[in-house]
Design a protein around this ligand. Structure first.
Ligand code: ATP
Ligand code: ZN
Length: 210
């Protein structure tokens, strides 16, 4: 029987909950922080530990059959994968935020303004739908400090509690998308018996939590 591969985040916000979910499915594996691949001893499955940004493409290309990743990352990478199951953790929203003292009061006020983000594709699509042309500045991290440095008028970033915004003198202004961790599959394997077995186990773990 072919061994399936599932890609999960190596370290970060989704790692612990992803490992916990798979363990709760009765899968036995070592969770070594140092290894990239961990075989499951009691199911034909291997776990690949990757950076979350790489997971959608690995699944699209069939290097991994399945993956656990935030919807925000899937949307941003614009890959062709199947959504198999929402997982109920890693919940957050992608929001536009502005400094507390900003004179930006409506979406239309964003016209011609600089917005810093690590999500240029999602933000670009959102602004286009609203008929707004802004200067999207793509940066790779610490987006929340950008207005204070004079690098942007607004930011578009992931928010869960809002604490990071607050401590940087920013206020949420508009919702761009809400996100949670989802199970994705490559188009080629989405319907196999092994995959269905795994999805069923995941669904019963999620049901038990309700
Ligand atoms: P990696 O090293 O794997 O690239 P990362 O720094 O890009 O990690 P994390 O900060 O660990 O990513 O976030 C992983 C995912 O967790 C996000 O893509 C998002 O779906 C989710 N998430 C939930 N809450 C938040 C939050 N407050 N800020 C950022 N991401 C969040
Ligand atoms: Zn990442």
């Amino acid at each position: 029987m072919k061994t399936l591969k599932i890609a999960i985040q190596k370290s970060g916000r989704l790692n612990e909950k992803s490992v916990e979910l798979l363990k709760n499915c009765g899968l036995n594996f070592e969770n070594y922080k140092s290894s990239l691949i961990s075989p499951v001893s009691n199911f034909p499955l291997e776990i690949l530990f990757l950076r979350d940004d790489d997971i959608p493409e690995y699944v699209q290309d069939g290097i991994a059959d399945l993956g656990i990743v935030g919807e925000n990352v899937i949307q941003e990478t614009e890959v062709e994968v199947s959504y198999l199951q929402r997982l109920g953790f890693g919940k957050c929203s992608l929001k536009i935020a502005v400094p507390n003292n900003s004179d930006i009061n409506s979406l239309a006020d964003l016209h011609g303004k600089a917005i810093a983000t690590t999500y240029p594709a999602i933000l670009g699509k959102f602004l286009k739908e609203q008929n707004i042309t802004s200067d999207i500045r793509t940066i790779s991290g610490s987006v929340e400090i950008s207005p204070g440095l004079g690098l942007s008028d607004a930011i578009c970033d992931l928010v869960s509690t809002g604490g990071t915004l607050k401590s940087n003198g920013l206020k949420p202004f508009a919702d761009v998308m809400s996100s949670e961790a989802v199970l994705i599959g490559s188009k080629a394997i989405a319907e196999s018996d092994l995959v269905l077995e795994l999805i069923q186990r995941i669904q019963s773990v999620l049901r038990a939590k309700e």
